[in-house]
Write a protein that binds this ligand. Structure first.
Ligand SMILES: [Zn+2]
Length: 155
């Protein structure tokens, strides 16, 4: 690990070329990552951007974030995996499709040693968008309208 003396951030490569300041955009975040991870992050960004056309982009919790009335989904790069943070309901709703991945409360890890399941990221993002859109109209009972089976399980 190399720590930039100026901004104190840590990088895998010594003297890593990076945006030396507070990361404020998703583009800056991606540009700061290693060359091998950047194309994967760009692809994730494009998938989420297309799946959530009404969402606002920002950095929250130091992570790229799509926001639509609430945080829809975050993503972040780690040493050996990429995580998405779609919230606990999404992890539970998609559990059947995520059996080969490490899923913790609200976060799903995709190891970098195999191809990322972009179609699942797309599906989860669309699901999150449909939830917040229904929620904003109905105010509550989000589970019932999003995933009836999950709703029954949780109640
Ligand atoms: Zn720096």
């Amino acid at each position: 690990m190399w720590q930039c003396p100026k901004c104190k951030r840590e990088f895998k490569n010594s003297q890593q070329d990076h945006y030396c300041g507070k990361v404020e955009t998703i583009g800056q975040y991606i540009a700061d990552q290693t060359a091998e991870v950047q194309p994967i992050l760009k692809k994730i960004y494009e998938v989420i951007r297309a799946a959530a056309p009404g969402a606002t982009e920002k950095i929250s919790w130091q992570m790229p974030t799509f926001w639509q009335g609430e945080n829809l989904i975050h993503f972040a790069a780690f040493k050996n995996h990429i995580s998405i943070f779609p919230g606990g309901e999404a992890s539970a709703a998609f559990a059947d499709k995520l059996t080969e991945y490490k899923v913790a409360k609200g976060t799903i890890q995709f190891p970098l040693n195999k191809p990322l399941p972009y179609e699942i990221i797309d599906e989860i993002t669309r699901w999150r968008v449909s939830c917040v859109e229904k929620k904003s109209k109905l105010n509550d009972r989000i589970y019932e309208y999003c995933v009836p089976s999950l709703s029954r399980k949780r109640l």
